[in-house]
Design a protein around this ligand. Structure first.
Ligand code: ADP
Length: 395
């Protein structure tokens, strides 16, 4: 087990800055997942920890050692990658033990370690199996056992489940969590798969354009995203956003379709300040279900557009002004909202209705920097009663 620390790490390739001033501390025994869109610097960050690439500047520490310029083999790490490269002519035992044999460990020690590693990945009875007689999941487990057998201080895993089919990915997710518990090892894991990040991580590190945006437990990233990028990236489908500005008594969206009443002072904003409102699809309710919201906002008049039944929920696209000639591609305007409702809802397409937001789940972001200002516009000014009691709707 070891702590991993990146201080001011920059990695430049010609004119591309792949990692930009990264400061990241991964605690002893922690499972940290790096997420972000393709090209945001996840793999490069991982490679600087692995020693597969050297940072342009900055330092990398593993445990209490600086390893910035050390080769991978001297860092006490093991890696598992997306492309499982087992030796095809070797059985499971030989594949797992390859590194130990290369380092000329005693046979008894090798046997003991292979057995232990194989049992962790539940491949005990299959040590003489050849790679071509195994499923993708079994091969991946052998690759993990090969990493475990070296008893590293830190595991680095770069999309290790990406090539597996969906069902197997879910099984392997659980196995990796069990493995983490059992080995108590520090794990740094790269994925672009949100479900993997949300379910496995102790903390998620969200990257964008080489910058660390937020590092927090999954639910903190979900409920208290530090900025617009994290708010839009974490959660599927994505959070609804609506640009607007602060008025004397709350928020009004660009085209005036959405309004939320609150005391600007209490929310830490100024009248005329440009802000973006964010609310997740599951925090939007048909007015008939308003009591399901902790604190329903004033109703907003909408018309349902497209419905997407997902089985366990229905996504309802709502238009705030169906007659307007608006650009629905402009996701941050106030023209369209996505609402998630229960599968037994009888909402139909082209239905006029009122919806409310759960005020306790409304986020405000600064219109310029995108930084979060407040999570939850609860009854800021009076601290009593519900949001609906304060003002009769102007819709
Ligand atoms: P991710 O893993 O998040 O998809 P990467 O770390 O692979 O992102 O890449 C980050 C950026 O650095 C990208 O713009 C990528 O094109 C660039 N990059 C990565 N490796 C190299 C390289 N060896 N040479 C030049 N550019 C690179």
């Amino acid at each position: 087990m070891a702590r991993v620390q990146l201080d001011d790490v920059v990695k430049r390739y010609d004119d591309v800055t792949a990692v930009d001033n990264m400061n990241l501390e991964i605690r002893d025994g922690e499972f940290v997942v790096l997420v972000g869109p393709s090209g945001c610097g996840k793999s490069t960050t991982m490679e600087t920890v692995a020693g597969l690439t050297h940072p342009t500047s900055g330092t990398v520490n593993i445990g209490d050692r600086e390893v910035t310029r050390l080769p991978p083999k001297d860092r006490g790490i093991s890696m598992v990658f997306q492309n499982i490269a087992l030796f095809p002519h070797m059985d499971v035992y030989d594949n797992i033990s390859f590194g130990l044999r290369l380092r000329e460990y005693e046979k008894a020690e090798i046997d003991e370690r292979v057995e232990r590693a194989a049992s962790v990945v539940q491949m005990e009875g299959m040590l003489d199996r050849m790679p071509d007689a195994m499923s993708g999941g079994q091969r991946q487990r052998v690759a993990i056992a090969r990493a475990i057998v070296r008893e590293p201080e830190v595991f680095l895993m770069d999309e290790p489940l990406a090539n597996l089919d969906a069902k197997l990915r879910v099984t392997m997710r659980t196995e990796l969590q069990r493995l983490h518990k059992e080995l108590d090892t520090t794990i740094i894991y790269v994925t672009h798969n949100q479900a993997e990040a949300m379910t496995m991580a102790d903390r998620i590190a969200v990257l964008n354009a080489g910058h660390l945006q937020q590092i927090d437990p999954p639910l903190v990233c979900y409920n208290e995203p530090s900025n617009l990028f994290v708010a839009g990236f974490i959660g599927s489908p994505s959070m609804n956003f609506a640009r607007g500005e602060v008025t004397n008594d709350g928020y009004r969206s660009v085209n005036g379709h959405l309004g939320i009443e609150f005391d600007p002072m209490d929310a830490g904003v100024q009248p005329d300040q440009s802000v973006t409102l964010g609310v997740r699809p599951e925090d939007v309710y048909p007015v008939a279900d308003a009591e399901s919201a902790d604190e329903p906002s004033d109703p907003v008049a909408v018309t349902s557009d497209v419905l997407e039944p997902m089985g366990d929920e229905i996504f309802v696209y709502l238009l705030t002004n169906p007659d307007a000639d608006v650009d629905l591609e402009d996701q941050n305007a106030d023209n369209q909202l996505l609402m998630s409702v229960s599968p037994d809802s009888d909402i139909e397409a082209d239905e006029e209705m009122d919806v409310v937001f759960d005020r306790s789940k409304i986020h405000l972001f600064d219109g310029d920097s995108g930084d979060a200002i407040v999570h939850g516009i609860t009854n800021l000014s009076t601290g009593a009663g519900s949001g609906t009691a304060e003002a009769e709707g102007d819709d």
